[in-house]
Design a protein around this ligand. Structure first.
Ligand code: HPA
Ligand code: ZN
Length: 345
């Protein structure tokens, strides 16, 4: 590796960044799954950590979700949710994440009889500790499972209402195709009426129309994934004009066969079309790495420039729900890092 590339790698690792697309249940490493299974007396259909890891060969989103929900079955108590989130924050700190907005899926747990307060209190306790001990500002975004009904989503929002101060927004995840955004128009309107932010997965496997519908029917402020947008020039123009961020997850897209190879990923084209694209890990325990691994592998595969890396980090702050004061602080930290590594913006 030449000196220039080595410096870019070091810069990509060191630069302060926000992570905006991480499913906290997708950060559950096989080792922690087995530890929690033993602690809680949960039987797993896998004999060992190695056997579980060997099952992580996915052909599409659904093939992943089946294993992801099985892994989450070991989470029963408040402490389990805390431990999972704390393990993520330690990894995030190592990757110089200064701001994180974590997705969580309450229905995955409440449908197994876990009280929603165990879920939210455990995750929120880890967020508070991350701020105090690691200097990471962390927020929670409650996601509705789109393969379930809107009535179930409305009931979940109602259950979460006493915890309104512990999360900042709502999202939409799980099986995309066949579950269009408009299915959730009422629950998103109710969430927005509570002053919550709104985001949704759209255009991961689904068509550009799902991105239009997430914007028009759910009034979302960001699109999660959104990589299918390039199939629709009018949509690209709108996303650029309105500066709607896309939370892109390169390693996830390859693992779930959205792109055959990382070299074929459209991240650079998204940036060149003027879209506010960001890099994120999605489900790092399942997809081959945390946020810096996503940056490093994408940097190598697409031969990203220093200026493109800076744009991605800048975009992550602009796309976040941080206060204007925090955003200004993050940008200043990034500027200092650019000077340290001799990266021009
Ligand atoms: N897409 C949809 N739902 C999800 C994902 C994803 O990548 N990860 C966890 N739930
Ligand atoms: Zn996701």
């Amino acid at each position: 590796m030449n000196d220039h590339r080595q410096n870019l790698h070091a810069f990509a690792r060191a630069m302060p960044k926000a992570e905006l697309h991480i499913h906290i249940e997708g950060s559950l490493e096989p080792e922690l799954i087995f530890t929690l299974a033993r602690r809680n007396g949960v039987d797993l259909p896998y004999a060992s950590v190695e056997a579980l890891r060997a099952a992580y060969a996915f052909t599409n989103l659904q093939s992943f979700l089946d294993i992801y929900y099985a892994g989450a079955s070991v989470l029963l108590y408040e402490q389990d949710f805390f431990d999972m989130a704390w393990a993520y924050f330690e990894r995030a700190r190592a990757d110089n994440v200064v701001h994180a907005e974590l997705f969580f899926d309450p229905q995955t747990h409440t449908d197994r009889g876990v009280p929603i307060r165990f879920v939210i209190d455990g995750l929120h306790r880890a967020c508070v500790k991350a701020q105090a001990e690691l200097g990471i500002r962390a927020e929670l975004i409650l996601c509705f499972l789109r393969h379930l009904s809107e009535e179930a989503a409305l009931a979940t929002l109602e259950q979460a209402r006493p915890h309104r101060h512990q999360f900042i927004g709502v999202g939409l995840d799980s099986s995309e195709v066949g579950h269009p955004p408009e299915k959730f128009a009422r629950v998103f309107a109710a969430a927005r009426a509570l002053g919550l932010h709104a985001v949704a997965h759209a255009g991961e496997e689904g068509p550009p129309q799902y991105i239009w519908d997430a914007l028009d029917q759910l009034a979302v402020e960001r699109i999660d994934h959104g990589v299918q947008a390039l199939r629709d020039a009018e949509l690209v123009a709108r996303l650029a004009r309105e500066r709607i961020p896309l939370t892109v997850c390169p390693l996830s897209n390859v693992k779930l066969c959205v792109f055959a190879q990382l070299r074929q990923h459209n991240l650079r084209e998204l940036l060149q079309r003027g879209l506010v694209a960001t890099v994120n890990s999605d489900d790092p325990a399942y997809f081959g790495g945390y946020i810096n691994q996503n940056f490093i592998e994408t940097l190598d595969a697409l031969d990203l420039t220093g200026a493109e890396l800076v744009t991605l980090a800048r975009n992550s702050f602009d796309a976040s729900f941080a206060s204007e004061a925090d955003k200004a602080r993050y940008h200043a930290q990034l500027d200092a890092c650019c000077r340290e590594f001799g990266i021009s913006r």
